[in-house]
Ligand binder design. Structure first.
Ligand code: SF4
Ligand code: SF4
Length: 372
């Protein structure tokens, strides 16, 4: 697993481990700056991993006030884990920034776009639940089912067809798997806006519902990272086994037959939470070897070094110009290396890369469902 040293949100000002991680960054010669998609777009040192950690370090030590001018860097992170992947000290900047966001919310200084995100989240969840219920025909616990699909709210809202494809896959592999989760938010949107209690409430609801299942198949890598990484850090252990859809499919690849080939050359894009976050690099490539003639190509900077699409960390809400700049930069890199089609395994990456000129974006779940 790639992620290194952890800071529990809320531990920011408490000294000890939290203070030590911030100190590492504050006194570091900025070894990870070149990896950060945010400072690459803004060209501001305060948006580099070092700059963000140093801002938090100085706030925690009382050297800077928690004023509005210092809030912005705390939200200038896509949660891509790229800095951690090159850090000799395994510092997980994302977790200390989440702790910083919680402190900003407590101080009543949450930026407006994140205030709106928090206000709209219950309505988004209700709409996601309606979409999945309409698609699946069944939602919520079923006595027969042992495996359940957790689509996550992003896919359910933005790409219900992807959820339909994922249900077709899980049903083909395990006929009893006819259900989708009723509570469709893993809680990550709350945490990204600093709302730790909102996150815990969503997580506890999910953990309670999960007691009915043996295996939870997670479609969205961001949700899988949250369930697999953030829940244990917050003291929540799920009784069910949690697996990503690509890992779930892998032992059953013989059931899938290539029907057509996307327009080539075809490249694969590693989603940050799936790759650097969970260390799941090989399963999507093995699936693509079966579904695409000759498999998919990698960028020259790939796996740990794969560029971020800019879609995570609530950056599309808080810094939309950075989010679209990162997506355009990634698309230009893909085109520059010869890609006509890019396949990804994340609903957020797919949505974020759509509409890039000269590049077709295909999601792996749809490809798999077509090959059933
Ligand atoms: S994350 Fe690691 S490499 Fe980056 S600034 Fe902190 S200590 Fe340095
Ligand atoms: S996680 Fe990604 S966006 Fe956040 S500071 Fe590190 S490199 Fe930058």
């Amino acid at each position: 697993m790639i992620l290194g040293r952890k800071l529990r949100p809320g531990a920011l000002a408490g000294g000890g481990e939290a203070d030590s991680a911030l100190s590492h960054c504050a006194y570091c010669p900025k070894l990870c700056t070149f990896m950060c998609p945010v400072s690459r777009e803004t060209r501001r040192e305060t948006h580099s991993p070092w700059g963000k950690q140093t801002t938090l370090f100085e706030i925690a030590r009382g050297m800077l006030p928690l004023g509005r001018e210092y809030v912005e860097p705390i939200f200038a992170c896509t949660n891509c884990h790229a800095c951690t992947s090159v850090c000799d000290h395994d510092i997980d900047v994302t977790v200390s920034l989440l702790a910083g966001r919680a402190r900003v919310l407590e101080a009543g200084m949450l930026p407006d776009p994140l205030r709106v995100l928090l206000r709209n989240q219950p309505d988004r969840e209700a709409e996601a639940r309606r979409n999945v219920a309409a698609l699946a025909g069944v939602i919520g616990p079923s006595r027969a089912a042992r495996t359940v699909l957790f689509p996550g709210c992003a896919a359910a809202l933005e790409d219900p067809a992807m959820v339909r494809a994922a249900l077709a896959i899980t049903r083909a592999i395990d006929g009893d798997s006819t259900a989708a989760f009723q509570d469709l938010c893993c809680g990550l949107p709350y945490l990204l806006a600093g709302d730790v209690s909102g996150f815990m409430e969503a997580a506890r609801k999910l953990a309670e519902e999960a007691r009915a299942w043996k295996t939870i198949v997670v479609l969205d890598p961001g949700c899988a990272w949250t369930l697999g990484k953030l829940y244990p850090e917050h003291g929540l252990e799920l009784q069910a086994e949690v697996t990503t859809l690509v890992e779930y499919v892998l032992p059953h690849l013989h059931r899938f037959v290539r029907r057509s080939n996307p327009k080539g050359p075809v490249f694969y894009h590693d989603p940050c939470h799936l790759g650097r976050g969970l260390g799941v690099y090989d399963p999507p490539r093995e699936i693509l070897l079966r579904l695409v003639a000759g498999g998919a190509r990698d960028l020259s900077l790939t796996r740990d070094s794969e560029p971020c699409c800019g879609g995570g960390g609530a950056i599309p809400e808080s810094m939309p110009h950075v989010a679209s700049g990162a997506a355009s930069r990634l698309a230009a890199t893909l085109r520059g290396e010869g890609a006509r089609t890019v396949v990804t395994a994340c609903p957020t990456c797919r949505a974020h890369l759509l509409d890039q000129e000269g590049l077709k974006v295909v999601d792996l779940v749809t490809l798999l469902a077509e090959a059933l």
